[in-house]
Design a protein around this ligand. Structure first.
Ligand code: NAD
Ligand code: UFG
Length: 358
């Protein structure tokens, strides 16, 4: 059985679905700090299988000890954490406590329960500000410039020490580039509780008429059109990488890091124009200064994941944008209830069935 911490979140819920569809048993631990139980109801609807759920905090040792006693967990995917870069600058202790402290607490409880297989959600932010692209796993260009990024780097270091000290551990560190997109059913997607800070969720709300214009943070970067370039990866490709990692970890020990990205970089304007072409909607832009802490460009060399895990990202940018737009139209308010209507799920189902599925 796999424990998925943060399994009700954007990436975690897609991972739970993929695990259930692959025949695994799953228990989710989530405190719903940035998610809704509705995501798991929809996972159940799509997969026709039910993950077990423990509502609790990954920092709470007795919750974890109890969970490991109740469920025959043999591996953990650790998604639970806080991820808003700007918020991490304002509330650094909360970020270190949840992301680093939560991970340490989890590892202590795992060791106590005799569970030593762990997939950790890290981020390309650990590479810092690199000039040479693409970025492979050995690249080091300084340090992350914010507490969120630091918390990921620190956790990686904790895990490396752990694997060095005790060879029972088998740990996969997955460095995500920019996960976007949604499940093609339109039932599962990203539903941030606050106004989104990431590009695509913000763009979707502008296109959906909930926000007036998309801020473009900087058009004077040393990139072809002056806007920031990123490696966007479809959430379904990302979670497929987790299943491949799990298979690898089950037959190995030690610690290894892999990039999960497509290897392709798109600028903000390229992404906006691709979205406009796909949706037929014109997106109003609001040109702004650079956002503090942003790098000009960031895309992956994912050769190691291909060679060692047999994993490659298969879905292109158009598919990411089409699936994300499908999700947004079906769920304009995410998983929360639409005012004056039934549940969001019912609305999503009705709207999704009215939309052409690819
Ligand atoms: P998310 O906020 O949608 O999901 C995180 C989940 O963890 C939520 O369900 C939240 O309620 C839960 N959670 C938070 N604090 C918790 C706690 N103390 N105890 C138990 N549960 C808790 O975020 P996501 O996009 O799904 O990201 C998942 C992981 O991937 C995070 O660790 C994030 O840092 C990492 N990551 C995400 C991105 C991205 O762009 N989405 C990029 C790189 C890395
Ligand atoms: N951007 C805008 N307008 C917006 C939001 C973003 O122009 O409203 C631009 C940014 O300046 C950047 C690009 O769009 O050039 C992507 O920005 P995101 O905020 O979507 O993503 P980031 O690359 O800043 O960060 C994401 C995750 C981090 C993770 C990192 C890894 O949010 O958790 O990818 O590369 F660490």
């Amino acid at each position: 059985m796999i424990l998925v911490t943060g399994g009700a979140g954007y990436l975690g819920a897609h991972a739970v679905l993929a695990l259930l569809e692959a025949g695994e048993e799953v228990v989710v631990l989530d405190n719903f700090a940035n998610s809704s139980p509705e995501a798991l109801r929809r996972v159940r609807r799509i997969s026709r299988r039910k993950p077990a759920l423990v509502v609790g905090d990954v920092r709470n040792r007795s919750v974890l000890d109890d969970l490991f006693k109740r469920f025959p967990v043999d591996a953990v995917m650790h998604f639970a954490g806080l991820k808003a870069v700007g918020e991490s600058v304002r509330q650094p202790l909360r970020y270190y406590d949840t992301n680093v402290g939560g991970s340490i607490n989890l590892c202590q409880a795992m060791a106590y329960a005799g569970v030593f297989t762990l997939v950790f959600s890290s981020s390309a932010t650990v590479y810092g500000d690199c000039q040479r692209m693409p970025i492979d796993e050995q690249t080091a260009c300084g340090h992350p410039t914010n507490p969120y990024g630091q918390s990921k780097l620190m956790t990686e270091q904790v895990l490396a020490s752990l694997a060095q000290a005790d060879d029972r551990w088998s740990i996969g560190v997955l460095r995500y580039f920019n996960p976007v997109g949604a499940h093609p059913s339109g039932l599962l997607g990203e539903s941030p509780k606050a106004v989104p800070s990431n590009l695509l969720p913000y763009l979707l709300r502008v296109a959906g008429g909930q926000l007036p214009a998309l801020p473009v943070f900087g058009n004077d970067y040393p990139t072809p059109d002056g806007t920031g370039v990123r490696d966007y990866i479809h959430v379904l490709d990302l979670v497929a990488g987790h299943l491949d990692t799990l298979a690898y970890l089950r037959r190995s020990s030690g610690i290894r890091a892999w990039n999960l990205g497509t290897g392709l970089g798109y600028s903000v304007l390229e992404l906006v124009h691709a979205f406009e072409r796909i949706s037929g909607i014109s997106v109003p832009l609001d040109m702004r200064e650079r956002r503090p802490g942003d790098v000009a460009k960031c895309w992956a060399d994912a050769t190691r994941a291909r060679e060692e895990l047999g994993w490659v990202a298969r879905r292109d940018l158009d598919t990411m944008l089409r699936d994300a737009w499908h999700w947004q139209r079906a769920n304009p308010t995410g998983y929360s209830k639409m005012p004056g209507s039934g549940t969001a799920a019912k609305v999503a189902d009705e709207r999704a069935s009215a939309l052409p599925l690819r």
